[in-house]
Design a binder for this molecule. Structure first.
Ligand code: DX5
Ligand code: ZN
Length: 220
């Protein structure tokens, strides 16, 4: 059964000097998740933020912290991100030494496990992992930067994933990340995604109003 649609505002696009207020705004808009993009300058070209901000964020909100690790060999840091208060830890299939072991480590730390795939990684490569995952993240842009446009070739992967999990009755959320805005969110949900990351579409302008509007289009 298709799960509830959830919006996950990505704070990569937030005003970091007023992060607490930005969080209050998305809470006021009704958001349930905060998407937290960790970039290491190696798996992706950019470096974003890491542990200290996450631990402060954990103290500032009860929203679900959806941590997206764009880092090489994420296994090295799963325990630490778990202890800092991540609720969902998503690692990249392409970056893991051993994806099965990474999922087990996340679960052993009492957290929900997500696996992300880049645009060039096929659904076939991760099918066998889906029964052990809480969430699969199909990137809709090349990871590394906010404010890009959806790569249309990624959308078929979303529908392949949806078909597969429905067919096999697998309880796994399907998340999409990158380039999602008010003018394409309905289409992306129609392809089968149910957890929607949005950075610039939320934080450019009034984050509370933008959250409400995106959630309205999502049927929430
Ligand atoms: C990109 C990040 C995204 C980013 C999305 O590598 O994983 O989460 O913040 O930003 P927008 O919604 O602006 O494309
Ligand atoms: Zn992300």
């Amino acid at each position: 059964m298709k799960k509830r649609n959830i919006l996950a505002p990505s704070i990569l696009a937030a005003d970091f000097l007023n992060l607490g207020e930005e969080i209050r705004r998305i809470e006021a808009g009704g958001a349930e998740y905060v998407h937290y993009d960790v970039m290491d300058g190696s798996f992706v070209p950019a470096i974003s933020f890491g542990m200290p901000i996450l631990s402060q964020l954990r103290k500032a909100t009860d929203l679900t912290l959806d941590v997206h690790l764009m880092i090489v060999r994420p296994e090295r840091y799963i325990e630490e991100f778990a202890s800092l208060g991540a609720d969902i830890i998503t690692v990249h299939y392409e970056a893991c030494e051993d994806p099965v072991k990474a999922i087990k480590m996340i679960h052993d730390n009492g957290k929900k496990a997500g696996m992300a795939i880049k645009p060039a990684t096929s659904v076939d490569e991760v099918k066998a992992l889906l029964p052990s995952l809480d969430m699969i993240l199909a990137m809709t842009v090349e990871p590394g930067f906010g404010g890009q446009s959806v790569l249309p070739e990624c959308l078929n992967k979303v529908s392949q994933l949806r078909e597969y999990v429905e067919d096999k009755s697998i309880e796994c959320d399907i998340e999409v990340d990158g380039g999602i805005r008010t003018d394409n969110i309905a289409e992306i949900i129609a392809y089968g995604a149910n957890v929607i990351v949005a950075g610039s579409a939320v934080f450019r302008g009034n984050a509370a109003e933008n959250t409400k509007e995106l959630m309205r289009i999502m049927g929430r």
